[in-house]
Design a protein around this ligand. Structure first.
Ligand code: B1M
Length: 801
């Protein structure tokens, strides 16, 4: 039989549709992991496969969506067992239906956990979790791997790496976007194309989450950027909840008619939640004669982080911030030696604010463990900025380690024309993906003339292409030599840029400021050379974005070249500047509020310590810095300007600051029976506010029993009864969890527990509190203390002073 990747280019092939709902209809017990039926009830699973085969589907997905070790552990089975049985079920169904042109697609779903630093799952552990079912799929004779319903690009990367390392099967990969066109962790369609094409995934696209109509903008965006065949597997419309169950409203005929509009862009179609064999049958009837799309090779180089993508299109140049490179920088050298991430992160954020699009990260110092330090600094920088990074090292071991764990598709700086460099770096680019900076030097050094440098660039480009690395991924660096060392040095570099673009059709990169080495007033030369390089076709400028002359040259170039529509970016950058010469360096004031907003944990803690140490009132610090910072982050989150990972980093920074501040509050009294119970209600994991309330109550010497977060009404009522607690404080921060506050109060009243209840949290108002029967609404922590004093009398009864 033809390999699956060849087959899908010859005619339309269809994935199947929903599996869970079909198994429910077949009687699977509620709450049982559907994958278990691959072993325990193979006939039922085969029955579903057979229905889809009869509908005309030929890409049949194994019933293994949840088959990673932790999810299977409670049932005492291993991923390999389930995968082997599941592959066998598909084969048996095909045989029973007499189908000879079907393919077994080994289904790999998400782990259900967030990866570090936002969650608790380490990247390597995620790779290992995916490796098990993938290796089993290969062993059992699956035809391809389908990694699906991924809402985070980092987890997707872990799964793809696992697939590449544990099988040689074709890889299909599919993501779930939300209504705003983003992934849960903020990734965009363009970021997805960058990552998945970089990793060499064979077919990718979108599934789940929404119906065909709602998916259209995301799918269109993928189509515009991608040079890879796309797959599309929407739900039968947007799910809505009815009696706690998801219900889908789009019937087979509507589903098919909505898909007709997207079929010209999709090589492979199929269904997801809520779709049935009837949906697939209607889809196949409606689209089987629509010609397959012709997928064109795009020329743009895409670079990405977990949430942002930068396009290097050969026309509009980008800025690569050069400040995180210890060469000639004593402070950075000291910071790297001391493992001081705070300083490095400060440099990262300053460059971002100054307008960099990509940040170079280089930690090359002779006495440092470069593989460890580069990875550590890269991860730290990725925690606080969404800008894509350029990994800059001449040590292949350091490059590999960082590249593997990088969240996105980076720039790789660099390879050169030497055999050992090509042999060490090109396989890494092939495996992990990345835009590649190609230095025009080889064993004979740096050629004096542009033609010599072009020759090396050609050697690199051909070697890369022979390994399947596209030419558009390459940025040729013509190497800047000081003009003080030779009058023709700048001309040769400029000529190399021109030739590389014209003769090889590649992009170009350049570290600009070396041109002025050894001469006074370096800014003059740098600025002028930079403008000339841009004119000659420089695409990636490695410069100091905090240098006003350099950014002035860049912004002027874009405006003059017609790259800056209505000169908007130029005006935005300079509107508020005095019309005289601009200050040479852009400075940012470091405040606790900013540190929390930016998620700078170390800075937040040390600024909190400084402020408290200087005698600033602790409540003033909380209400004047921490709360407004989190409010700002919350607003930006709501507007879709930032995403869950940044929200988490800000929350962590606020918690670190608060951990310092609470030591400055008077110590509490923890002896005796509790007087106040505190809890964040069921379903809600926000506990920063509640923790502040707790510490403040304790500093007023009330004895607090903290039940933590996500606490069920019954647990609260039982605890109040057991300890005869007179005052209960409940916190809720979401509209969806506030009803549990009401339920808790109702239960306390029903059980006649003689306690008062104070409530608070971002979504609670005085009116709401009154309506649900709370005794008091506390807009902040201090109001809680006042109410405790009113109801329990004076300070806490533990007060013996
Ligand atoms: Co989320 N979150 N969050 N979040 N988060 C909000 C609440 C949100 C308003 C952001 C937004 O969209 N603008 C939004 C809720 C929207 C809504 O329902 N209307 C939201 C969302 C949607 C979510 C997720 C669903 C995101 C997702 O996964 N897609 C998810 C939910 C998870 C869950 O709970 N099931 C989520 C997750 C998170 C993080 C984990 C990242 C993190 C929480 C970390 C933690 O708490 N350990 C987080 C954060 C930090 C926020 C924001 C930005 C800040 C909350 C905060 O800590 N504020 C928040 C936006 C905002 O509130 N501006 C947001 C500072 C804190 C000191 O204030 O808690 O109000 P607060 O407490 C004050 C007073 O209200 C009062 O005193 C405190 C001190 O003055 N008070 C009480 C509070 N409780 C009291 C109890 C009392 C008395 C007074 O009686 C005892």
């Amino acid at each position: 039989m033809q390999p699956v990747l060849e087959a899908i280019r010859t005619r339309r092939y269809y994935f199947d549709g929903g599996m869970g709902s079909m198994l429910q209809a077949a009687g699977i017990p509620e709450g049982l992991l559907p994958d278990l039926w691959s072993i325990r009830n193979p006939e039922a699973v085969q029955g579903v496969h057979r229905q889809y085969l009869r509908a005309g589907c030929r890409l049949i997905t194994t019933n293994t969506f949840g088959s990673t070790a932790p999810k299977l552990k409670p049932y005492g089975v291993k991923p390999a067992q389930v995968m082997s049985a599941a592959v066998e079920n598909v084969r048996a169904a095909m045989k029973a239906e007499g189908v000879t042109d079907g393919y077994v697609c080994a289904d790999i779903g998400p782990t259900g956990r967030l990866l570090k630093p936002y969650g608790d799952l380490d990247f390597e552990d995620a790779v290992a979790l995916f490796a098990e079912p993938i290796a089993a799929a290969q062993g059992a004779g699956a035809d391809c791997i389908l990694i699906e319903t991924m809402s985070d690009l980092y987890e997707m990367k872990a799964a793809v790496v696992a697939a590449k390392e544990n099988s040689d099967l074709p890889i299909f990969a599919s993501l779930i976007f939300d209504g705003s066109g983003k992934l849960l962790t903020g990734g965009s369609p363009r970021g997805a194309v960058a990552l998945l094409e970089g990793l060499g995934v064979d077919v990718f696209g979108v599934n789940c989450g929404q119906g065909p109509k709602e998916m259209t903008p995301v799918f269109q965006a993928l189509w515009e950027d991608s040079s890879t065949p796309l797959l599309l597997q929407p739900n039968a419309g947007l799910p809505r909840s009815e009696g706690g169950k998801a219900v889908y409203d789009v019937d087979p005929a509507d589903y098919a008619s909505q898909m007709i509009l997207l079929a010209p862009m999709a090589t492979v179609l199929g269904g997801c939640c809520g779709t049935t064999p009837a949906h697939l049958k209607a889809l196949i009837d409606a689209t089987k004669d629509i010609p397959l799309p012709v997928v064109t090779e795009k020329d743009t180089l895409l670079i990405s982080s977990y949430c942002q993508a930068v396009a290097i299109d050969g026309r509009d140049p980008v800025i690569i911030g050069e400040r995180i490179n210890p060469t000639g920088k004593k402070k950075l050298q000291a910071a790297l030696r001391a493992g001081d991430t705070g300083y490095v992160l400060g440099e990262a954020l300053k460059q971002e604010e100054a307008g960099a699009h990509i940040l170079d990260v280089n930690v090359g110092l002779p006495d440092l463990d470069e593989p460890a330090v580069l990875t550590k600094m890269m991860e730290a920088v990725q925690e606080v900025t969404g800008l894509p990074l350029q990994l800059d090292t001449s040590d292949p071991a350091a490059m590999e380690r960082a590249l593997r764990r990088y969240n996105g598709k980076p720039l790789i700086n660099s390879v050169n024309g030497k055999k050992e460099s090509l042999e060490a770096i090109l396989p890494l680019v092939k495996k992990y993906g990345g835009g590649l900076v190609c230095l025009t030097l080889d064993d004979d050094g740096i050629p004096a003339a542009a033609e010599g440098r072009l020759r090396i660039a050609r050697t690199i480009a051909e070697a890369a292409e022979s390994m399947g690395i596209r030419r558009r991924e390459l940025l040729v660096d013509g190497l800047t030599m000081p003009v003080s060392a030779g009058p023709d040095n700048a001309n040769v570099t400029l000529e190399t840029i021109r030739l590389a673009k014209r003769e090889l059709g590649v992009k170009t990169a350049l570290g600009v400021s070396n041109v002025s080495f050894g001469l006074p007033k370096r800014d003059n030369l740098n600025q002028s050379f930079f403008t000339q390089a841009l004119q000659n076709g420089l695409d990636g400028a490695i410069i100091n974005p905090m240098s006003a002359p350099m950014m002035g040259a860049y912004r002027s170039f874009r405006a003059l070249r017609g790259l800056d529509e209505k000169c908007q970016a130029y005006m935005d950058a300079f509107r508020d500047e005095p019309q005289s010469a601009p200050a040479p360096v852009i400075k940012t004031e470091e405040t606790l509020r900013r540190a929390v907003v930016k998620g700078l944990r170390e800075n937040a803690a040390s600024l909190a310590r400084t402020m408290a140490g200087e005698g600033t009132d602790i409540l003033e610090i909380i209400n004047g810095e921490l709360v407004p910072a989190l409010d700002e982050v919350g607003r930006d989150f709501e507007k879709g300007k930032l995403f869950l990972p940044q929200l988490l980093m800000s929350a962590e920074a606020a918690k670190d600051a608060f951990d310092i501040l609470k030591d400055y509050l008077p110590a509490g009294d923890t002896q005796g029976s509790p007087q106040i119970l505190l809890a964040t209600v069921k379903g809600d994991i926000h506990d920063i506010g509640k923790n502040i309330v707790k510490v403040l109550l304790e500093s007023y010497r009330f004895r607090v029993l903290d039940l933590g977060k996500d606490v069920a009404p019954e647990t609260i009522a039982d605890t109040v009864a057991e300890h005869q607690i007179p005052l209960v404080g409940l916190s809720a921060l979401m509209t969806t969890t506030a009803p549990y506050m009401e339920e808790t109060i109702r239960l306390l009243r029903q059980r006649d527990l003689p306690c008062k209840v104070v409530v608070g949290g971002a979504v609670i108002t005085g009116d709401y509190a009154a309506r649900i029967g709370a005794d008091r609404y506390a807009p902040d922590a201090m109001e809680t203390v006042r109410y405790a004093q009113e109801t329990l009398g004076g300070e806490g009864s533990g007060d013996d002073s």
